[in-house]
Ligand binder design. Structure first.
Ligand SMILES: [Zn+2]
Ligand SMILES: [Zn+2]
Length: 244
């Protein structure tokens, strides 16, 4: 397991207080950098409603996109955990909606991922599978699988995530597929059937060789299905931010 300590420090940015990892290289894969603010002189008018800025109509920057708005178009303060803000911060309407949806991920799915689920894990083309508990590490950087043996997969090294649903084999329809998360290509998102497994492709550190793991829901299937659905959301979030 990773021996890196997960120390955090409080830093002050123009947008508010942030709680960030001591070592930036060890930040959560869900982390987003703060945007560059559009310089004041480049925005004489609100970028949403076109109201001209003057002494009374003051400028505000959205903390998520860095664009410039009047108070009316940028009044909402919304939590933004992906940029590590301690308190809710000012965001434009569009960004506020995205951040609110992400809060659901932080409140629900992320907790499920940290709690884990039990799976039968098959490595590569092996015939053998092993019963393992799979969970996301506390710093969100690894999937830990623990049974008789131990496995760890770094999220940043995952190249594809396929969520398998009941009754379908890989390659058939109704499979949620995220391919090449590293290269940020999106394939398809299928229906709403209950997730029953996951196919992961990833690279080991300092290797270009693709490894494959297959996880099949085991024992508490309902917990495993929720864990897989949460993993699906996580993959989507990672995919979308790599594409931004
Ligand atoms: Zn406005
Ligand atoms: Zn915005």
């Amino acid at each position: 397991m990773s021996a890196v300590p997960d120390g955090k420090k409080l830093v002050r940015s123009p947008s508010g207080l942030r709680m960030v990892p001591e070592n930036g290289a060890f930040s959560s894969p869900f982390y987003l950098d703060e945007p560059q603010w559009v310089p004041d002189k480049e925005c004489p008018r609100c970028m949403q409603c076109d109201t001209k800025f003057d002494f009374l109509t003051r400028k505000h920057h959205c903390r998520r996109c860095g664009k410039c708005f009047c108070d009316k178009c940028c009044s909402k303060k919304v939590p933004l955990p992906r940029m590590c803000f301690v308190d809710p911060v000012r965001q434009c309407a569009e960004c506020g909606l995205i951040s609110q949806k992400e809060m659901e991920f932080y409140d629900k799915q992320l907790k499920l991922l940290l709690n884990g689920g039990s799976f039968l894990v098959t490595q590569g083309n092996s015939e053998k599978s092993e019963a393992m508990m799979c969970r996301l590490s506390n710093n969100h950087r690894y999937l830990f699988m623990v049974g008789v043996s131990h496995l760890q997969v770094e999220l940043a090294r995952i190249s594809s995530v396929q969520i398998l649903t009941d009754g379908f084999a890989p390659g058939e329809k109704d499979i949620h597929t995220y391919t090449s998360l590293l290269e940020s290509q999106y394939i398809s998102e299928g229906g709403n059937s209950r997730p029953s497994g996951m196919l992961l492709q990833y690279k080991l550190p300092a290797s270009q060789e693709i490894q494959q793991l297959r996880l099949t829901a085991h024992e508490e299937r309902k917990v495993a299905a929720s864990w897989l659905a949460a993993m699906h959301k996580a993959a989507k979030l990672l995919y979308e931010s790599r594409d931004q």
